[in-house]
Design a protein around this ligand. Structure first.
Ligand SMILES: Cc1cc2nc3c(=O)[nH]c(=O)nc-3n(C[C@H](O)[C@H](O)[C@H](O)COP(=O)(O)OP(=O)(O)OC[C@H]3O[C@@H](n4cnc5c(N)ncnc54)[C@H](O)[C@@H]3O)c2cc1C
Length: 508
């Protein structure tokens, strides 16, 4: 059993990542110098920036590290990186860019992977990394977080202060990247999405003005779900909570692919229960290759996670044991262990910039359609097994608790999909090899998503903006209600009429 567990662990390490052992991409697929650096004389900006700001130019180690991205598929091209030392530095940089008609893009965790980012063919990257402070308020109800803060740093700082907040699950994504698109995390069952926690924020608007907004602003609604379209958040005040449960437990149960129908039937019957999954319970699963466990087909790694216990309740796990898994691996610890248990800690493969293309094809689901899961598994297995160029791919199913999300009125935010219980997405990982392979991957991803959509009985689908491939419609990303579309378009026309913030899931 132990040997097998090690093999599973290694397979998780491998999924992303034949290329993890490879070096960071030193030569990018684009030519950062194709707009000469002469076009980017930064002297005037340098004079206005704080003493702690930095400017990195191409062909330097600093530039390469600061502009490396998680996914190379249609990545943005930048000619210079500005690293603001203060919130005002962000405003100065946007004003400078506007005066010279240069595109700009904020970057924090660089995990954004929408193909729309590729429409940035030159410009200034505003790398937010130095704006990373976390300060808990005197009354302990909020924290003010720098616009470049990363999830792990925030979780750890708050934990040390006896606090926690809704953040993304993965240690190496930022707070604002996920949060501006809604933001899913372990604690959403209690408190709602990352965006539901926002209290106020400092934001640099398209005209370069640094302003403070809160619920009184007409822009507030849009920042909670479509925020990437409207500004660069330089700091955020957000709700925090006393730690309610420090202990958490997980069971990692691995199945061979022929059990797919039984596994997702059990997930529906014993965990999801028609959208009533308890607040402290989470189901996640991955389909991925693990030749040590099954040399022929991807395995199903099913996680059942529970708060406030040292062993996951057998009422949840026994039905899965009864299916006949390949292995069962329990663990217990604290909230801060969740990322490493699920393979998304800072030192694990999804957090490495491994020179891969990593598109996803997300779809929200109400429940698992067992026939669709089976069909999708077979198509996925055919495409990724063995020596396929796509054999590091992973199909992800994230079943968070939804109570806190659904307790918040649907019309309170631009995030439109509060009624959905599962976030599913094939994540197709591959070494870039040209447009033919890119097209094959897009066909595969769309086919898999279509199978799951067919299983919902709907003609259309709903996609999490932060997982989007990049060519989804506005209705698919932001909701099909015409009032939502009208409101978003009106705000875009008011706050960003020339589309300065239109590289990431653009409204216009
Ligand atoms: C391994 C992995 C795990 C993930 N886990 C989760 C998860 O648990 N929950 C979840 O909801 N999502 C998750 N995501 C999706 C995640 O929300 C998106 O990938 C998001 O774009 C990442 O933000 P980032 O700062 O890392 O990336 P970036 O590419 O730096 O930013 C993404 C977008 O946000 C903009 N942006 C960044 N910082 C700011 C700012 N301060 N102000 C305004 N705009 C800004 C950027 O301009 C860009 O358009 C995950 C993604 C990956 C790859």
């Amino acid at each position: 059993m132990y040997q097998f567990k090690m093999e599973v662990a290694m397979a998780i390490v491998a999924w992303a990542c034949t290329a993890v052992g490879q070096n960071l991409p030193l030569a990018r697929s684009h030519d950062p110098g194709h707009h000469s650096r002469g076009n980017y004389d930064m002297t005037d900006l340098q004079a206005k920036l704080s003493s702690s700001a930095k400017i990195y130019y191409p062909n330097t180690t600093e530039f390469e590290a600061a502009s490396a991205r998680w996914s190379l598929l249609d990545e943005p091209t930048v000619n210079v990186v500005v690293v603001p030392g203060t919130e005002n530095d962000v405003a100065e940089t946007v004003q400078f860019a506007n005066q010279r008609d240069l595109p700009f893009l904020a970057s924090t965790g660089a995990h954004g992977s929408l193909t729309s980012l590729g429409k940035m063919t030159q410009g200034i990257e505003i790398y937010m990394t130095q704006l990373n402070t976390v300060t808990v308020s005197g009354d302990g109800k909020t924290a003010t977080i720098g616009g470049g803060a990363m999830a792990k740093a925030v979780v750890d700082e708050l934990w040390n202060a006896g606090k926690q907040a809704v953040t993304g699950t993965c240690e190496c994504v930022s707070i604002l990247g996920p949060g501006l698109g809604g933001g899913h995390g372990w604690l959403q069952g209690h408190h709602g999405l990352v965006a539901d926690q926002f209290v106020s924020m400092n934001v640099v608007l398209a005209n370069g003005a640094l302003t403070t907004i809160n619920a009184k602003s007409d822009l507030w609604w849009a920042m909670k779900g479509a925020g990437h379209n409207f500004g660069i958040v330089t700091s955020l005040t957000t709700k925090v909570f006393d730690i309610q449960y420090s202990n958490w437990a997980i069971e990692t149960i691995t199945f061979s692919g022929d059990k797919v129908g039984a596994v997702y039937q059990a997930a529906n019957d014993y965990l999801l229960k028609n959208g009533t999954q308890p607040v402290g319970l989470i189901n996640w699963s991955y389909w991925l290759n693990n030749p040590g466990a099954d040399p022929n087909n991807p395995v199903i790694i099913f996680y059942i996670i529970q708060e406030g216990v040292t062993t996951v309740d057998s009422a949840y796990t026994r039905p899965f044991h009864d299916i006949g898994p390949l292995s069962i691996q329990p663990a217990s610890g604290t909230y801060t262990d969740l990322a490493s248990w699920t393979g998304i800690a800072n030192n694990q493969p999804p957090c490495q910039k491994a020179a891969l293309a990593n598109p996803r094809f997300p779809i929200y689901l109400q429940s698992y359609n067992v026939d669709a899961q089976t069909k999708a598994y077979n198509v996925f297995a055919n495409a990724v097994r063995g020596t396929s160029a796509l054999n590091n791919s992973i199909f992800m199913f994230e079943g968070y608790s939804m109570e806190g999300v659904q307790a918040i009125p649907s019309d309170s935010s631009a995030f439109a999909f509060r009624s959905e219980n599962i976030l599913a997405a094939p994540l197709i990982n591959y070494l870039p090899a040209g447009s033919t392979l890119d097209s094959q991957v897009a066909n595969l991803g769309n086919k898999l998503r279509d199978i799951l959509r067919d299983g919902t009985g709907m003609d259309d689908f709903r996609a999490y903006v932060n997982y989007a491939y990049g060519d989804e419609s506005l209705q698919e990303l932001y909701g099909c209600e015409s009032w939502r579309q009208d409101r978003l378009k009106a705000l875009k026309a008011k706050y960003d009429p020339t589309g300065k913030f239109s590289f990431y899931a653009p409204i216009a």
